[in-house]
Design a protein around this ligand. Structure first.
Ligand code: ZN
Ligand code: ZN
Length: 816
């Protein structure tokens, strides 16, 4: 355990005990950890790994940096903010607004609560003031966020802005009003795709006058969804150009790696990035916490189990409430949110029943009034503790709490900072605790504070050249306006789009005429059947057999593994059993009821290399990236008792699934592996363990979740002729994850190695090499062998050329 000051803010003098550290002592004392007294005594304690506290880093408060109002901001716009108590913009707000005003596309990528809205509100409102006909379009990934932004704009109470919502909930007459009279329309990509662009003729006046397009929370546009949105924005800009407008783009993003490059990929235009955050930040102590292994329990294949992050968080919540600290605990699943506070409530009831009533649960699906009441209770102090799922994350106005407990890394640094940003006030230091779940990514982060606190390494990836996304998007575009040669070259990416168009013409979907590509039907609109949020493999509806009520949908790609006949399926905290899966019809029929066991699907998979796009050959190790074909089949499932015991194995007869996608892979010389101490019998387990951990760590570099990628390892691959490990995208055509993995391979595998070594288990557990989605039941796995495999690959990469990142590799090795 180490206690220090944030690395990039070094030189801040001795650590003073602020409120955050006092709260941390309380949490430590409650854990019964041996390190508690030593921290209390203020002694930094290097190398003690007995307690659950891995690192505690104190981030001092950051002073605000303001700028003068730009001289083009009209007095009444300025006065509106002054009424709200804002007397000068922060430096990043002014910088981004200035760029947007000069018609330079801009992305502002700064922290939570840094007032990114003002960066686009200033230029839009100033333009509205000068040009009474100008219009603007705001796009956000969720309806809730758009509604919050619309409310904030209305609060400025400026005349002639005429903001109007245009989303799935907007009634018909209000939609008509938005179209005819709205100057600032608040919408989302789904509505742009399905409603606005297909009927652009009705929006001609609005589009002709369109001066700004705001793309909020743009880091959420990643993977397949991001690839769709990238092409959707190109569709919008092309239609605008036809009406004679060229709106300036203003994007707002969480802090991610290379925001300008990402924004360029998303929009197809050159976008300037503003990343220097001028907003003030409260001082905080960030504690990284790894729950202990529980020797009395075992998991799959006898693996040790850690105390669950949710249990640990409930205990912390109770301790902090006892201390009078207003605390928000974030847990990852809805079930955990339902279970979190009762845990804390029980603990509190033993000490002070009055306090137990000041703890509550919050989850999505609440009515807006319920949600607001809960938030008001927490901000006002009537409530001291709230446990919540990630539902509270976007667009909710809670700040200034004393402590935030994050149970399980929320998947991205951006989300983590968003959640931790709820804690801290100007003069009062706050505590933020990240409690690791049993997952290799969490293990890595609590052992490597720089990965959270240093410069961002996670990037947003998407691939607007994916033919599986280009195909339906080009059809939609052609139905909006016939596609001309220069559209294909200048807007939709050239050769890749031309190849897709040729196929669409061959298939009779589009018609080729001398003037371009045409959608033949004037009545039907293709957008309705193009799902921009799906994987491209369709959806399976989960339907209650008795009533026909639809409970939800499952992605077609994962349906055979999650809703096969006989599967136990959890949905919103309820347990169902799947009676029948009809893949043709896209329906899984379920009945309510908990059979007292859970199910685990087993599958087989083959990966075939279709085309190598890049390769580095170091002899003993060869690294490749390219097109792969993944053929998989779910073959059976296990019924497991709650303690994990296998009750039965049931065979399944499901069709093969074929996925053409992108992959990154390495193959190794078998003799070299044996020389490194991995006997042939150990090779399968060593490769398999290295594959699992690498999949678990990819989200550190490319924002994704583990369902976006898959993997396969084999001791002898027929094409490479050697032991081989594949990691591949989970979507047809790929979505950029394997590509990013290939680009940062050395850093990615160094982090993978570090996560395995950091885990104190002996032979492998869910915190390092076991995977919750393994089709092989997490066997065989060889933890020590995986480290040797990764050493061999890292050594080869280090010798591969000057682009290898020595620093990151050294960091990974030092951890061993
Ligand atoms: Zn482990
Ligand atoms: Zn596996």
């Amino acid at each position: 355990m180490t206690v220090g000051v944030g690395c990039e803010r070094a030189g801040g003098g001795p650590v003073r005990a602020g409120r955050g550290e006092l709260l941390l002592r309380r949490v430590l004392a409650g854990s019964g950890a041996p390190a508690a007294e030593r921290l209390a005594a203020g002694a930094p304690d290097e190398g003690d790994s007995a307690g659950p506290l891995r690192h505690a880093v104190r981030l001092p408060a950051r002073e605000e940096r303001t700028a003068a109002w730009p001289d083009w901001v009209p007095p009444r716009v300025r006065a509106a903010w002054e009424r709200e108590g804002v007397h000068a913009p922060w430096s990043h707000q002014a910088e981004a607004a200035e760029l947007a005003w000069s018609a330079q596309d801009v992305v502002v990528a700064t922290g939570t609560a840094s007032g990114k809205s003002m960066a686009y509100q200033l230029p839009v409102l100033a333009r509205f003031d000068r040009d009474p006909r100008a219009t603007a379009l705001y796009l956000s990934p969720t309806k809730a966020l758009a509604a919050d932004q619309l409310r904030a704009l209305e609060a400025l109470d400026l005349p002639d802005v005429r903001p109007a919502p245009f989303d799935g909930d907007t009634p018909t007459d209000a939609r008509d009003w938005a179209r005819r009279h709205g100057r600032w329309v608040f919408s989302n990509p789904d509505m742009l795709h399905r409603a606005l662009l297909p009927r652009h003729g009705q929006w001609a006046t609005f589009l002709r006058r369109l001066q700004f397009v705001v793309v909020d929370e743009c880091h959420t546009y990643r993977g397949v969804f991001g690839s769709h949105v990238a092409l959707l924005l190109r569709r919008l800009l092309r239609v605008c150009a036809r009406y004679g407008s060229r709106p300036t783009l203003v994007l707002a993003s969480a802090t991610v790696a290379e925001p300008a490059a990402f924004a360029r990929r998303l929009t197809g235009r050159d976008v300037a990035a503003v990343t220097e955050d001028g907003s003030p930040a409260a001082g905080r102590t960030i504690a990284l916490w790894e729950p202990p292994l529980l020797p009395e329990l075992t998991g799959e294949n006898g693996a040790p189990v850690r105390r669950p992050a949710g249990t640990e968080a409930a205990r912390m919540l109770a301790d902090l409430v006892l201390e009078g600290a207003r605390t928000l605990a974030f847990v990852r699943s809805r079930r955990a949110a339902d279970g979190g506070p009762p845990g804390a409530q029980r603990l509190l009831a033993d000490v002070d029943p009055a306090l137990a009533e000041r703890v509550a649960a919050y989850r999505g699906g609440y009515l807006p009034e319920e949600r607001r009441a809960l938030e008001a209770g927490l901000v006002g102090g009537a409530l001291l503790g709230v446990a919540t799922t990630n539902a509270l994350e976007l667009g909710v106005d809670i700040a200034g709490l004393d402590a935030v407990v994050v149970a399980g890394f929320p998947g991205t640094r951006a989300s983590f900072w968003q959640q931790s940003g709820r804690a801290g006030r100007a003069r009062d230091e706050a505590l933020v605790v990240l409690v690791a779940r049993d997952d290799p990514m969490d293990t890595y982060l609590v052992h490597h504070p720089d990965a959270l606190l240093g410069a961002p390494v996670e990037g947003c990836v998407l691939d607007p050249a994916n033919p599986y996304v280009l195909g339906p998007q080009l059809v939609c575009a052609a139905a909006e306006l016939p596609l001309r040669e220069d559209d294909v070259d200048e807007v939709f990416g050239g050769a890749a789009a031309a190849a897709v168009l040729d196929e669409l013409v061959d298939d009779g979907v589009l018609r080729r005429r001398p003037t371009g590509w045409y959608w033949p039907s004037t009545r039907e609109r293709p957008a309705g059947s193009v799902d921009i949020r799906g994987s491209g493999l369709g959806q399976v509806a989960v339907v209650e057999a008795a009533t026909g009520r639809m409970l939800g949908t499952v992605d077609g790609a994962s349906a055979p593994a999650t809703v096969h006949s006989g599967a136990v399926y959890l949905h919103r905290g309820e347990t169902y059993v799947v009676e029948q899966l009809d893949l043709e019809a896209g329906v899984a029929a379920v009945t309510t009821g908990d059979p007292g066991f859970r199910t685990d699907a087993r599958s087989t998979a083959d990966v075939e290399v279709a085309r190598v796009l890049a390769q580095r050959d170091q002899g003993r190790v060869r690294v490749s990236y390219g097109d792969v074909t993944v053929t998989s089949r779910v073959v059976e499932y296990l019924r497991r008792a709650p303690d994990g015991t296998v009750l039965a194995t049931v065979p399944l007869d499901l069709p093969e699934q074929v996925l053409r996608t992108r992959g990154v892979w390495y193959d190794l010389d078998e003799e070299a592996l044996v020389a490194a101490g991995i006997t042939p019998a150990r090779i399968p387990g060593a490769l398999h363990a290295a594959e699992h951990a690498a999949i678990g760590l990819l989200p550190l570099f490319a924002i994704c979740d583990r369902w976006d990628v898959g993997g396969m390892s084999t001791a002898l691959h027929p094409q490479t002729g050697r032991p081989t490990v594949f990691v591949h995208d989970g979507h047809p055509g790929g979505a950029g994850f394997a590509e990013r993995g290939h680009a940062v391979l050395d850093r990615w595998l160094a982090a993978t190695r570090a996560a395995i070594v950091d885990c104190t288990c002996r032979t492998g557990c869910p915190s390092c090499v076991q995977s919750p989605k393994c089709g092989n039941g997490n066997a065989p796995l060889d933890k020590a062998g995986a480290v040797r495999v990764l050493d061999m690959v890292l050594e080869a990469l280090a010798g591969a050329g000057p682009d290898t990142c020595g620093g990151a590799r050294t960091q990974g090795r030092a951890a061993g």
